[in-house]
Design a protein around this ligand. Structure first.
Ligand code: ADP
Ligand code: GLC
Length: 488
């Protein structure tokens, strides 16, 4: 099976969230199953060419791609994904990608990813490599199915190339004004109220992907059902329902080469299920760093997250004063919306012994928090999969989550599971999206922490689980086969 895997972010080169983790690890697992995989991503300014061993491809040279009526020149850098033979193709166009950030609010944000998507197709042509499937991810590459079926359908090379759109978050749709049609050279007759590329008077990349992809999947089973509803579909539930036979859910795996307390290169003290003594040493190390007074009997609650409303920060903030009265301490790592960043900065000043925060992005620190915290909080309003709760389970850091999407598929509530036996409960969860429900489940976790034996059991129930990619990659392979059959 020949797979072109297209993503706007890929670990270790560029990351803002979980998409990068998935794009940096699923291709490796697919390769192990015998697939030939090529990754495509933009070459952002922040990607260090010498650090990652990128080399310029002289044979390909410069490819002109017309965007918004202007020919932009694209060239190619290549590297091999660490720990695999997967080829990574970096689409370079300094005009669009030499910016301070991966995603921008610039006027030409649409053009940046139109160029990226067309660049993928034009490179496949130059390679003379027709994949069996192009796996697009989120809105940034969601126009590819339309391009393959329309703009490039003259090229017989793609007659048997199928497309799969993986939706990591339906909340981000890539919506732009009508002028995008011209920039992307999308036929005007595809744009009309309720039409394949129109959504609420704008051009929607995500909608186009849903309409034109051969198959669609999301990153957990639960979320694949949720997005069909008005509550979670972010306006696209009708479109998704019209394709409901083609919508699948495959839970993300995680890369245990990167996220394993026995081998994690960022941890000063390694530990395992058999010997958890390193965990508390990491806790002390972490707390010393933040100048929080260390007390082994007081649980440390960790959060690592984009600080945006999706992640439940509105309900968290609504009860933060009550939460801070609990006998627990807090460390938060995150960046995102200004108002939340400000609130957390202020809490670090007003509660220096209870609450610490690091506002920014810091990969190394995210590993240390996973290892050093006792409890990991993810009160998301919705969560397509969520990776941090899965990392937490492996690190013996008991997750407290809202029961939605991938959080519901991975975290089993200790108290609920108790009725069925002691071997499953691995965390705490709540259903109502309210500050009160959140508070109650954090309180349950904090109280349970006092009972050392029970706590150890909950930790071990999580640590013994295996969310490595193998099983999920097999499901992707099945999905690709189906997509290929569908395309004919
Ligand atoms: P999402 O993709 O919606 O942000 P996920 O839970 O799937 O949520 O993945 C988030 C990923 O980004 C995790 O690997 C997490 O450790 C990482 N992450 C989020 N915020 C930060 C941050 N401020 N610093 C370092 N890593 C972060
Ligand atoms: C998105 C989702 C997150 C998911 C990640 C990787 O960013 O918000 O839940 O884990 O993609 O699929």
């Amino acid at each position: 099976m020949k797979v072109a895997y297209v993503s706007a972010e890929v670990v270790p080169y560029a990351k803002t969230g979980g998409l990068a983790d998935v794009a940096g690890s699923l291709p490796k697992a697919l390769e192990k199953l015998g697939c030939e995989v090529k990754i495509f991503m933009p070459k952002y300014l922040s990607i260090d060419e010498s650090k990652f061993g990128l080399h310029y491809n002289w044979t390909i040279g410069e490819i002109p791609i017309r965007i918004n009526g202007v020919s932009r020149y694209v060239h190619l850098h290549q590297a091999t994904l660490p720990g695999s033979n997967v080829e990574v193709n970096f689409i370079d166009c300094p005009h669009y990608f030499n910016r301070g950030r991966i995603y921008t609010n610039d006027m030409d944000e649409d053009e940046r990813f139109i160029l990226f998507s067309k660049g993928v197709i034009e490179l496949l042509q130059r390679f003379g490599w027709a994949p069996d499937v192009i796996n697009c991810n989120d809105w940034q590459s969601a126009l590819i199915p339309l391009f393959i079926k329309d703009n490039y359908n003259w090229d017989r090379m793609f007659d048997h190339t199928s497309t799969v759109l993986t939706i990591h978050n339906i909340g981000y749709q890539g919506r732009f004004s009508q002028s995008t049609l011209f920039s992307a050279e999308i036929r005007g007759d595809l744009y009309y109220p309720g039409g394949p590329v129109e959504f609420e008077n704008s051009v929607s990349f995500m909608k186009a992907g849903i309409v034109f992809a051969d198959l669609i999947n999301t990153v957990s089973n639960k979320y694949s059902h949720e997005i069909l509803t008005e509550e979670f579909g972010a306006g696209l539930h009708h479109t998704l329902n019209s394709r409901r036979q083609d919508v699948y859910g495959i839970l993300n795996g995680v890369d245990y080469d990167e996220w394993n307390p026995e081998t994690d290169k960022y941890l000063p003290y390694k530990y395992s299920m058999k010997d958890l003594s390193g965990k508390i040493k990491n806790k002390k190390f972490l707390m010393d760093h933040f100048r929080l007074p260390f007390n082994p009997d007081v649980p440390l609650i960790g959060m690592v997250s984009r600080v945006v409303s999706q992640k439940g920060f509105d309900i968290l903030v609504s009860v933060i004063n009550d939460l801070l009265k609990l006998d627990a301490q807090w460390i938060l790592l995150g960046s995102g919306e200004d108002n939340y960043e400000k609130i957390f900065r202020n809490l670090s000043y007003s509660h220096p012994y209870k609450f610490a925060s690091y506002i920014g992005f810091n990969n190394e620190l995210s590993h240390l928090i996973e290892a050093g915290a006792d409890i990991f909080l993810m009160p998301s309003r919705y969560e397509p999969c969520g990776l941090n709760q899965i990392y937490s389970l492996k690190y013996g850091t008991v997750p407290v989550v809202r029961k939605t999407g991938g959080l519901a598929d991975t975290v089993k509530d200790w108290d609920e599971e108790n009725h069925y036996g002691f071997d499953h409960g691995n965390g705490f969860s709540f259903y109502d999206y309210t500050g009160f429900a959140l508070y109650k489940s954090v309180e349950r976790a904090v109280n349970t922490f006092k009972h050392k034996d029970i706590w150890r059991k909950i930790q071990l129930n999580g640590m013994k689980l295996d969310f490595s990619w193998k099983k999920s990659a097999e499901k992707y392979l099945e999905l690709y086969k189906l997509a290929k059959e569908k395309r004919g």
